[in-house]
Design a protein around this ligand. Structure first.
Ligand code: SF4
Ligand code: SF4
Length: 139
C-alpha cells in the first residue's frame, strides 16, 4: 500500500497548489474543503507547515467515531463512509495533528485518502506518495 508523505517542508513556498489540486479531485474550485492544509509558520522567513493525515496505523479518529463511519485503511489512515457519518466532529477533536478538516456544507469531515494527486502538482517535491514502510518515492 502507498501513503502520502511530507518529504521536506523546508522546500515549501506556500503556493497552495496542493490544496487546489486536492479540491479539484472532487470537481470543485478553491481550497475550502481540501484534505491538506499549508500555513505560515509566522512570517515568510520562517517558512510553512504542511498539515495532512500521517496515516496512523491505529488512528485515534476512528477509535472515537460513535457510528464506525471511519474504516481503517490498509496501509494506514481511514476512509470516511459518508452515509454513516452523523457529523458529530469527534474525529476532528481526536486527531493529534489537526489533520482532519471540515466541510461545512456537508457537515462532514474531510480526510486525506492518500491518493497522491496533490503530490503531482507540488512544484518542489515537498510531498510525495511513498510505499508503506519505505521512503521510496513512487511519483
Ligand atoms: S464526524 Fe462522522 S466520521 Fe467523525 S466521529 Fe463523527 S460520525 Fe464519525
Ligand atoms: S504545492 Fe508544494 S510548495 Fe506549494 S504549498 Fe503545497 S507543499 Fe508547499
Amino acid at each position: 500500500m502507498t501513503r502520502l508523505q511530507v518529504i521536506d517542508t523546508e522546500r515549501c513556498v506556500g503556493c497552495q497548489l496542493c490544496m487546489y489540486a486536492c479540491q479539484r479531485r472532487f470537481g470543485k474550485g478553491g481550497i475550502g474543503s481540501a484534505a491538506i492544509f499549508v500555513r505560515s509558520r509566522g512570517g515568510m522567513g520562517r517558512g510553512f507547515r504542511v498539515v495532512v493525515c500521517r496515516a496512523c496505523s491505529d488512528p485515534p479518529c476512528a477509535a472515537v467515531c460513535p457510528v464506525d463511519a471511519l474504516r481503517i485503511r490498509k496501509g494506514g489512515g481511514v476512509i470516511l463512509q459518508p452515509n454513516k457519518c452523523i457529523g458529530c466532529g469527534h474525529c476532528q477533536e481526536a486527531c493529534t495533528i489537526g489533520a482532519i478538516f471540515w466541510d461545512d456544507r456537508a457537515n462532514k469531515p474531510v480526510i486525506c485518502v492518500h491518493c497522491g494527486y496533490c503530490a503531482n502538482f507540488c512544484p518542489h517535491g515537498v510531498i510525495a506518495l511513498v510505499k508503506e514502510g519505505s521512503k521510496d518515492v513512487i511519483k
